[in-house]
Design a protein around this ligand. Sequence first.
Ligand SMILES: Cc1ncc(COP(=O)(O)O)c(C=O)c1O
Length: 474
Amino acid sequence: MRTPIAIDRRRQRPLHRQIYEEWRRGILAGRFAPGERMPSTRELAAALRVSRATVTAAYEQLVAEGYLDGHRGSGTFVSQELPDRALGPAGPSAARAAAAPARLSAFVERLGPIASREPSPAGVLDLSNAGPDLDLFPFAVWSRLVRRHLRRIGQGLRRHAEDRAGHEPLREAIAAYLRRSRAVRCAADQVVIVSGSQQALDLCARVLVDPGDEVVVEEPGYSGARQLFAAAGATLRPVAVDADGLLASALPPSARLAYVTPSHQFPLGASLSLARRLDLLAWARARRAFVIEDDYDSEFRYVGAPLPALQGLGDASRVVYVGTLSNAMFPGLRIGYVVLPSTLVEPFVRAKWYADRQTAYLEQAALADFIREGHLEQHVRRMRRVYKARRQALLDALDRRFGARATVLGDSAGMHLVVRFDAPDIATRARRSGVALRDTRAYYLGAAPANEFILRFSDLGERALGEGVRRLAG
Ligand SMILES: Cc1ncc(COP(=O)(O)O)c(C=O)c1O
């Protein structure tokens, strides 16, 4: 008998597996038609010069998976039941069909691409990505706390299942931290732990936005929030910002939701004035709208005391307060929190439950101790001093090299600067002199001002910052 399949004895793969795979591939490619009679195990074993048991093992697997029908006595046949679409030659039209774009949901079609954040080539000074300085994080303390909870993990995990809103000791620790450091008015049962504040924003869109709803966003503003609301079908209502933050007098009457960054407007850096905070809260109360307060980097303020949160100012029943440990600790932790008006707690916990059940236990348990034992505030105090000095070094370098040709926007706060250069060739000069720069275009829905750039300072040393500015100045 000529064998319709071939095996290769030099391969590591067991022979029964090779026989199985050859038949399976042939059936899926349409080389063996439904109903076609298979060679008997005896015939095939002889033709391939393998034992009958080897062929039988392959056939049994093919029968079990539905590729073959085995009728005792009358032989074995290619199954009649195979779905047609799995058959047919894998010719050019099949390849074209495989390469054709998949039909996607309107939600994902509306999501823009992810901004590329490739590491800069060697020698390039990267002023484009702001983030915490990981070299200064107390990882020794962190790993001690993680190990502490790893030792008693069994006990912790049993409780975890019940903590649907997040690890209870962590919710207690965060509520106390927010009360003392941000003047947020909250109890632990209003706090929901999320996997980064980005998840909090996603849950806000799921819980509070229907297609066609109007959502106020800052212009310019955080594109990661805008994308989510637009993908949920919202009509975005951009409201301009100036040196006092969002122009609250321009809030549209018909919106259901406003997303704001009052402590440190992203990306321009203003803090929302008291008068406008009160206007915003009055607007929300009158329209029964909600305000999402994204307090993403408020720990880092370099003059005066940290500004109290909007949430603690007036009617907290209209404010969803969102915070994160990504900047105060490190983004890979993926832990954030939401403080909710009591009416929203149950819907948020439900949406979180169906999105990803709960945030991972071990990091939550270690974080509760990290906060309770004072390590978080100690680290924030230290980084505030470091970032303040770095910010000043960047400002000094800009002043020295550009003088009035560089206008710095925003308050003395945060982890990046926004600078408008009165030097039209700055992007070209950055490219030529080996500096990675990011302009602010991605944060505007409308046209962005020319030559407006984000300059990171938080994780670069003072010398590197000076060198970056020197290269830009040419
Ligand atoms: C303004 C703002 N909010 C929220 C986030 C989300 O951060 P995370 O999910 O790491 O907490 C970011 C991240 O870039 C941000 O810039």
